[in-house]
Design a protein around this ligand. Structure first.
Ligand SMILES: Cc1ncc(COP(=O)(O)O)c(C=O)c1O
Length: 469
């Protein structure tokens, strides 16, 4: 009998963790079991996931940001079904197909007027790799400057631009000429750019790791410094782009005109891997500068029809459902609903971000008793408090969230952009409940301790969950 997905899922039901343990990444299986996140999800719809026990989960990870439209958006699904049924001549390769042209046209129409051309790939990290190559070729310069806490992907080029040490350990030597500067520090940037050998400053308009936001004046300086030193400004919009911040491109918040913009995650509605690099004419044509160089940078699956169809259907849904404007409004509603919690709970110091990329920033409380409890926790492991909030949010309230980065007491919320008041209210009530317990010092630690394997706690506790996006 031909392969049937429903039968496979039914016959092998419940073997998911064993199979991952045996054939894939056993460490992932282990950490998820340790914190009790080991579920057999059977369905995803809109903002929610469902497991085999019939439990519903509010998904504020959104697949690390790919499900901007929620899971299973009907228009994207239909477009993909139609595309398969049409038996499109996919990846002919020696061909200029229509659909990549249409998607490129749509993206260029949304970008600032200098961005005229698009290169399609399959992921965020590939988009970063292309940006590095394009910038080097366009400027003839070797170096790339990036920020502390930056995340641009995990292939060797983009890994060289990673602002954390853990991801890099043991994988070197990485790309030479990659230099880190503090995010938000224009003087440090100037100090590097003034050498005149920097091809690109690669930066996220809002950093995913830690949800860090820089001031308007910083961004003005960034634009000015890049122009003055003829360094290309590369905006990594893989996570913050596509409406996530309440503007289609996050760079719009600061009036920037980047020379290169990278996109990926949300572009294909969560269905098909895709990445896109938007460039100025000058940058692009420096790469594809002659007939001989027509394929000098390419990838086999880059313009595949399913990704293009999903991208076109996604952008159409963005327009017809006014996703960007809705995101802005839901972001404001979120901010307003969270504000009283910042007042109420000493450990919740701030809420930061824009639109629906939200960081809940926890830090040392004021009062003595709470501070002692906080210090005891932090002595076990840095940023354990935020992990202790993520776990009961999941177990008690069935909400999926993540610690924003290693060693950082920040919880990141990346809800689907179609989330509304119902989801905001549910989340805020759940957080209120968990923080109330943390303040009282009642069941939270016990609950956490019983969830976690005791041995793991003794070793210093597992690393924060899923901190890589
Ligand atoms: C800002 C940013 N850039 C690049 C990437 C890498 O994307 P991918 O995981 O598709 O390689 C990510 C992934 O989380 C990201 O958040």
């Amino acid at each position: 009998m031909a392969f049937d997905v429903a039968t496979a899922l039914q016959q092998r039901h419940g073997e998911n963790f064993t199979l991952h343990n045996d054939y894939l990444n056993p460490q992932l299986a282990k950490v998820l079991k340790t914190i009790g996140f080991d579920r057999f999800y059977v369905k995803g719809e809109g903002c929610y996931l469902y497991d085999d026990q019939g439990e519903r989960y509010l998904d504020f990870l959104a697949g690390f940001g790919v499900f901007a439209l929620g899971r299973g958006h009907p228009a994207v699904k239909k477009a993909l079904h139609d595309a398969i049924d049409l038996d499109l001549p996919n990846m002919v390769q020696l061909d200029c197909a229509l659909l990549p042209g249409l998607l490129a046209e749509q993206l260029v129409a949304r970008a600032h007027e200098g961005l005229r051309r698009v290169y399609f790939c399959n992921s965020g990290t590939e988009a970063t790799e292309a940006a590095i190559k394009f910038a080097r070729r366009a400027t003839g310069r070797p170096r790339v400057v990036f920020c502390d806490h930056a995340f641009h992907g995990l292939t060797t080029g983009s890994l060289a631009l990673n602002g954390g040490k853990d991801f890099k350990e043991g994988f070197g030597p990485l790309l030479p000429g990659a230099t880190e500067v503090p995010f938000g520090d224009a003087d440090a940037l100037d100090g590097e750019l003034r050498h005149g050998d920097v091809a690109a400053f690669v930066v996220e308009p809002i950093q995913g790791k830690g949800v860090n936001v820089a001031s308007d004046s910083y961004w003005q300086s960034v634009q000015e410094l890049c122009r003055r030193h003829r360094t290309l400004l590369v905006a990594d919009e893989v996570q913050a782009g596509m409406g996530r911040t309440g503007k289609f491109f996050a760079y719009e918040h600061y009036g920037l005109q980047p020379d290169i913009v990278t996109l990926s995650k949300a572009l294909s509605g969560g269905y098909v891997p895709v990445g896109a690099v938007l460039c100025t004419e000058k940058v692009y044509m420096s790469v594809y500068s002659s007939i001989e160089r027509a394929l000098v940078h390419s990838t086999t699956f880059g313009r595949n029809q399913l990704a293009m169809v999903a991208g076109l259907a996604t952008l159409d849904a963005f327009d017809s459902e006014q996703i960007v404007e809705r995101t802005r409004l839901t972001g404001e509603a979120f901010e307003a609903a969270l504000a009283p919690l910042v007042e109420r709970y000493e450990m919740l110091h701030a809420v930061r971000g824009k639109g629906l990329i939200i960081g809940l920033v926890f830090d040392k409380p004021e009062s003595r008793a709470l501070r002692m409890r906080w210090n005891a926790l932090e002595a076990v492991r840095t940023a354990l408090f935020s992990q202790m909030v993520v776990v009961p949010l999941f177990h008690r309230h069935r909400i999926l969230t993540q610690v924003a980065a290693d060693n950082m007491n920040v919880i990141k919320l990346l809800p689907p952009l179609v989330a509304g008041q119902e989801e905001v209210d549910y989340f805020v009530a759940a957080l209120d409940d968990v923080l109330r317990d943390a303040h009282r010092g009642s069941g939270l630690l016990r609950e956490f301790g019983t969830t976690m394997a005791k041995s793991a706690l003794r070793r210093g506790g597992p690393k924060p969950v899923m901190a890589n996006a």
